[in-house]
Design a protein around this ligand. Structure first.
Ligand code: PGA
Length: 265
């Protein structure tokens, strides 16, 4: 696991954008457009904004043929609800960057077909060739996507019940914790760890404890994000505040400062 501690959230966004663009560029030049794993939530917004800014300035790669897969989706929202994660990712990223809706995927929360939604989503990811790079945030309770504490480290896409902490954290999008749906569909921890490269982003003091547990604590379902320790290619991009509880901070800085120029994340 490579832990990169940067001065500001803007630097986190810039490095994450570089990494996504590298994957998109190499897909384009190989003739096999990239498959990106996208996360909703507040943290990746600065990265999406940076990618959109570069594309508008003519500095970005071509997104022709790129497909995207969301991590998760609320269950029980009315059709077309603006807080659905599919609507959110289109509004915040894919529409602006020019990835058409038919190539933007998320778990299907339609009530009538809910029992098969998980296996259908797993099959869609496999059919697309698998996710090359997966952007991840982390919950203040250590969740990864909507895999709440106690989730199996081998889990696949399925329905989950949100914790009270997560519903409180997400109340800002719905007006009150009671208005936040109780149930979600989420890629499992086993699904997430099949992606080629995991890019976890965390900024702000509120994430410091969860980051420390994920990076330096024991691998345990109690902190679902600790599953990152089992993956061979993980980059954890942090600002100073989110990194503030890490014990090996000096070492991470030393490693990054001495990183060879030829080596990307
Ligand atoms: P946030 O959410 O980026 O809005 O903090 C992260 C998460 O809950 O996984």
């Amino acid at each position: 696991m490579e832990v990169v501690v940067l001065d500001t959230p803007a630097e986190v966004a810039s490095l994450a954008a570089d990494t996504i663009e590298d994957v998109v560029r190499s897909g384009a030049s190989a003739g096999t457009p990239a498959v990106l794993g996208l996360a909703t939530g507040s943290t990746p917004l600065a990265t999406y904004d940076e990618l959109i800014r570069r594309a508008r300035d003519g500095r970005g790669p071509s997104y022709d043929g790129v497909e995207t897969f969301n991590l998760d989706e609320y269950v029980g929202l009315p059709d077309g609800h603006e807080q659905s994660y599919l609507a959110t990712i289109r509004r915040e990223f894919t529409d602006a960057i020019g990835i058409p809706p038919e190539r933007v995927h998320g778990p299907d929360p339609t009530a009538e077909t809910l029992p098969t939604a998980g296996e259908r989503y797993e099959a869609a990811i496999v059919a697309a060739g698998g996710i090359e790079v997966q952007i991840l945030g982390i919950g203040s309770d250590g969740h990864l996507a909507f895999n709440e504490p106690g989730s199996s480290l081998a889990s696949l896409t399925r329905i989950k019940t949100l914790t009270a902490t997560t519903r409180k954290d997400n109340a800002r999008f719905f007006g009150s914790p009671d208005a936040v749906p109780r149930h979600v569909l989420t890629q499992g921890l086993g699904t997430i760890t099949r992606a080629g490269h995991l890019l976890m982003l965390a900024t702000g003091e509120g994430k410091a404890e969860a980051v420390a547990a994920a990076v330096e604590g024991p691998v345990s379902a109690t902190c679902p994000a600790s599953v990152l320790q089992l993956h061979p290619h993980v980059s954890v991009l942090l600002d100073e505040a989110a990194a503030s509880r890490l014990v090996r901070l000096d070492y991470y800085r030393e490693v990054y400062a001495g990183k060879p120029d030829w080596q990307g994340l």
